[in-house]
Design a protein around this ligand. Structure first.
Ligand code: PLP
Length: 436
């Protein structure tokens, strides 16, 4: 049954008068899927979102990743409520911060010391500053299609060749800053080698999403992370992992201890940026790493970073509660089982309707690419049918399935999704694909 979204459309018209583009993050707009009013949600519970018109959606957006426990998980809600009752902000340290810091350190052993901030953007931005302070170098190398938030340095993409100095991706970023950034293709060892041969002695850090979540879900080729770490270190550069999406997404821990990479030491970064899941649905970011590097940060060292809201009790309490839930045995296996079924259902529906579809799945996450080739780097993700995805997205929405409005974004399962939700999603996909 197709839903009606009149109230959402009215609210969008109103929002356009007051909020730039009607949205507080461009990724929420429907610009990349052919336009139209985004859906205005009113509440959420478990695997479901409910909009202002009373429609229910099975949600695979998970707010772009943080909501791995499902919406309004009672354990997290209780923790936030308690924190709110006790006072939301003191401007002083709290014992809660130590508890979450210890939980993160235990789960991510490369982090000797941690600092909490308010977003993934802040976390990444500060790791770069700290790497520059530690190495006394300015340049960073990053990978095409990896998103690291909206700070100046990481909104720079490749120039004309695979390893040229960057050009800004956004207005407002000086060319001088873009020239501090080199972008190379992901999963391409020779390209990184070439960049390091040319700029290695000026490079403060190689910054990477060790498992990509921003041009679909993409695993590094076997040996790739090992090569990234050893090449960077060979040039005297630090390695920064942006695990804002990947930490606690595939198992209780980060990429650094994920079973797919047996030699954990060979892939250990110097600094790690975190966000999303570790805040249990409230604003958070964190970064951490080796003691001698982290001690460059104020008040111990000369690299300045601060935050009025950093480590606030509500975000920290939600984070602790979320990680406690994620310690439940078997949850990652169950998300993987359901995602595997969903992947197969989507592939079957596509092939029955003569549609070329590639699905990348990593445990409980997947990405859909309307193409007949594999997707292991950004160029391959670009070379997919965005127009078809846009129509698929809108068809799924009309069927009560909420996906991210972009062909590059992942589908995230949560621990609240049931077999019935997956069956219903496959049925909806078959219906939508038949009409594409
Ligand atoms: N790093 C990665 C890998 C991300 O996916 C994102 C956001 O999607 C960020 C950093 C930025 O995080 P935030 O939106 O919390 O600033």
């Amino acid at each position: 049954m197709l839903n009606e979204r009149k109230r959402s459309e009215q609210l969008y018209e109103e929002a356009l008068q007051h909020i730039v583009g009607g949205v507080n993050s461009p990724s929420r707009s429907f610009k990349a899927v052919g336009g139209g009013a985004p859906v205005f949600m009113e509440r959420a519970e478990g695997a479901y979102l409910y909009d202002v018109d009373g429609n229910r959606y099975i949600d695979y957006l998970a707010a772009y990743g943080p909501i791995i426990t499902g919406h309004a998980h009672p354990h997290i809600t209780e923790a936030i409520t308690k924190a709110a009752v006790n006072g939301t902000l003191f401007g002083t340290p709290t014992a809660l911060e130590i508890k979450l810091a210890k939980m993160l350190k235990e789960a991510i052993p490369s982090m000797d010391k941690v600092r909490f901030v308010n977003s993934g953007t802040e976390a990444v931005m500060t790791t770069i500053r700290v790497a520059r302070a530690y190495t006394g170098r300015n340049k960073i190398i990053k990978f095409a299609g990896c998103y690291h938030g909206h700070s100046d340095l990481v909104l720079v993409a490749a120039g004309s060749g695979p390893s040229t100095l960057g050009i800004p991706d956004s207005a407002g970023i000086p060319t001088s800053i873009a020239h501090e950034v080199i972008t190379v293709p992901y999963n391409d060892i020779p390209a990184l080698k070439e960049a390091l041969e040319r700029w290695g002695d000026e490079t403060a850090a190689v910054m990477i999403e060790p498992i990509v979540g921003n041009f679909g879900m993409v695993m590094p080729h076997p040996g790739y992370l090992e090569a990234v770490c050893s090449l960077a270190r060979g040039a005297g550069s630090l390695v920064i992992y942006d695990e804002v999406i990947s930490a606690f997404r595939f198992h209780y821990g980060s990429t650094q201890t994920y079973a797919a990479f047996p030699d954990h030491q060979a892939i250990e970064p110097d600094l790690t940026a975190l966000g999303k899941i570790i805040g249990g649905g409230l604003p958070i970011g964190a970064y951490g790493g080796r003691k001698e590097i982290m001690e460059k940060v104020a008040p111990l060292g000369p690299a300045y970073q601060a935050g009025t809201m950093a480590g606030n009790p509500a975000s920290i309490s939600a984070g602790i509660a979320c990680l406690e839930v994620l310690q439940t045995p078997g949850i990652y296996e169950e998300m993987e089982r359901l995602a595997t079924k969903l992947k197969q259902g989507l592939l079957d529906a596509a092939s029955q309707n003569g549609i070329a579809l590639t699905v990348n799945q990593i445990r409980g996450s997947l990405s859909t690419h309307f193409c007949s080739h594999e997707v292991t780097n950004y160029d391959q993700a670009l070379d997919t049918d965005g127009e078809l995805f846009g129509r698929f997205f809108k068809g799924m929405l009309a069927q009560g399935i909420n996906l991210a409005p972009s062909k590059y974004e992942a589908w995230f399962l949560t621990i609240a999704h049931t077999e019935e939700d997956i069956d219903r999603t496959i049925e909806a996909a078959a219906h939508v694909m038949a009409a594409l």
